[in-house]
Design a protein around this ligand. Sequence first.
Ligand SMILES: [Zn+2]
Length: 241
Amino acid sequence: MVVFEKQLIFDGGIGTTLLGKVQVDGFVDLLNLENPDLVSAMHSEFINAGSDVITTNSFCCLESLISNSGEVALAAAQIAREAAHGKLVAGSLGPGYNIPTHKDYEKTVTGLVDGGCDFLIVESVTDLKQAEIALEVINGALPVGVTFIEAPLQLPDFELQFTGINCGAEPSENELKKLSKITDLPLAFFPATGSGPQQMMPAAEWAEVTAYIALRYECYLIGGCCGASPEHIKKLIVEIN
Ligand SMILES: [Zn+2]
């Protein structure tokens, strides 16, 4: 059982980091089967940057998006488990495009669990219903946290291990402030580096702002989302220490 009582540094944007290395037609998750070495190398870059937790390349593994979602998720977990070298592996579940169904997550959750994830994270949630459906499927299979793009008015009624804010635009405390008022759970903060290719914050500047906000709200889980490279994480660790 993973207990989030000490500060852990996560990785950055998995999809954006992979897309910086290779051109992909379709979902980046398919690289788990088509080019596992590339995915593994990406994880290793974050481990070398100092991440305590790496996230699986499975954000779009919903059955309605990827028909062999279970196979892709299993590979995602196995690749990350091996690349982690004893560090923690978070199994990523994304929200899909609309409101997902239970069936969307069933094989994915089994794949992530069987592949050896330490816990699961339902991330980039914009609608509580998305989180609820994912959590109903997970239902105790592994410890789980949920991170939102915008702070919800209430949290889903499940045994969450942590909650927080991820993605969005550049780091801002607004959503974290709202979320901190409605929860006593350990907080996570994984901001993006901007809202488009033209607005990517340089690593040093992003790290300074992210660390300032994360420490101010006593976040236990700190990392990045879209646009955050291993370099961003390396600088983040310097700022936090
Ligand atoms: Zn993101």
